[in-house]
Design a protein around this ligand. Structure first.
Ligand code: DGL
Length: 274
């Protein structure tokens, strides 16, 4: 299959990668996309590293066998810090992009020299994260918060929730960072991008909210250009000719209404399990 006919895949433990797919789709309107939520493996945050690595390797292998892909985005900070290098070694030459906490731009933007990072427990306790902080935010005090409750809220209750409930869900993280003097907050779990607006509203003028969507999209575009001679070499498909972008789940349960709701909200076809 011609590279330009293959979809770009985004994967996460659940629905966290969807806002990343949405931004990439804006930048690459002629590409097709597939999304894989590892429903059966959710949540990654509290699991041991070896379990997460095995999961990610297994489901990426299954996805690759099901659909020929143009590129893969690990739209999950937890999976990226553990498995990105392993996957790159297993699929040499195949374009794979990971999601790294936006600690560098946060450190550059902080006037107080204090930044808050909200992520999964796995991410904020990883040796990789220590290295990232040392190399990209050495001059800052970095406050770390693993917030499994917020991950769970997004995955299970977000779609049915109203504004007040969403604001209440982000409040503990914002309050704790502000009371410890942070003036920049990094959303370092992809799930939290679903409540980006609520973080901005809750922090008000006291803290800037930073994330990695822009950086990941940019890296994807660059890598596609470097990997394929010309990213726009095909006669571009019209919207009508384009196959619908699809969402897959892991596990044997039916495609539950929650995931159908996310698929609809992000204009994806609920395409079953892999
Ligand atoms: N969305 C994920 C991340 O960026 C992980 C959430 C979870 O499964 O705990 O880290």
């Amino acid at each position: 299959m011609n590279a330009n006919d293959r979809p770009i895949a985004f994967m996460d433990s659940g629905v966290g990668g969807l806002p990343y797919l949405a931004m990439a789709r804006d930048k690459l309107p002629n590409d097709s996309f597939v999304y894989l939520a590892d429903r059966a493996g959710f949540p990654y945050g509290p699991k041991p590293a070896s379990v997460i690595i095995d999961n990610v390797r297994r489901i990426v292998d299954r996805l690759m066998k099901k659909t020929e892909l143009k590129a893969l985005v690990i739209a999950c900070n937890t999976a990226s810090q553990l498995a990105l290098e392993i996957l790159k070694a297993e699929y040499p030459g195949f374009p794979i992009v990971g999601t790294i906490p936006a600690v560098k731009p946060a450190a550059e933007a902080s006037k107080a020299g204090v930044i808050g990072v909200v992520a999964t427990q796995s991410t904020v306790t990883a040796p990789f994260f220590d290295e990232l902080v040392k190399s990209k935010a050495g001059s800052c005090k970095v406050l770390r918060r693993g917030d499994a409750a917020l991950v769970d809220f997004i995955e299970r209750r977000f779609l049915a929730s109203g504004k007040e409930e969403r604001l209440a869900a982000v409040k503990p993280a914002v309050d704790s960072f502000l009371s410890d003097g942070a003036d920049v907050i990094v959303l370092a779990c992809t799930h939290f991008l679903h409540v980006y607006e609520e973080f901005v509203e809750m922090a008000g003028s006291k803290a800037l909210i930073v994330d990695s969507r822009e950086g990941v999209s940019k890296r994807l575009v660059e890598l596609l250009a470097a990997s394929y001679n010309s990213p726009a070499e095909k006669p571009l498909a019209t919207q009508k000719e384009k196959l619908p972008d699809r969402m897959f789940l892991t596990g044997t349960a039916p495609f539950e209404p929650i995931y159908q709701g996310f698929a609809k909200a992000f204009n994806l076809q609920a395409a079953g399990s892999i």
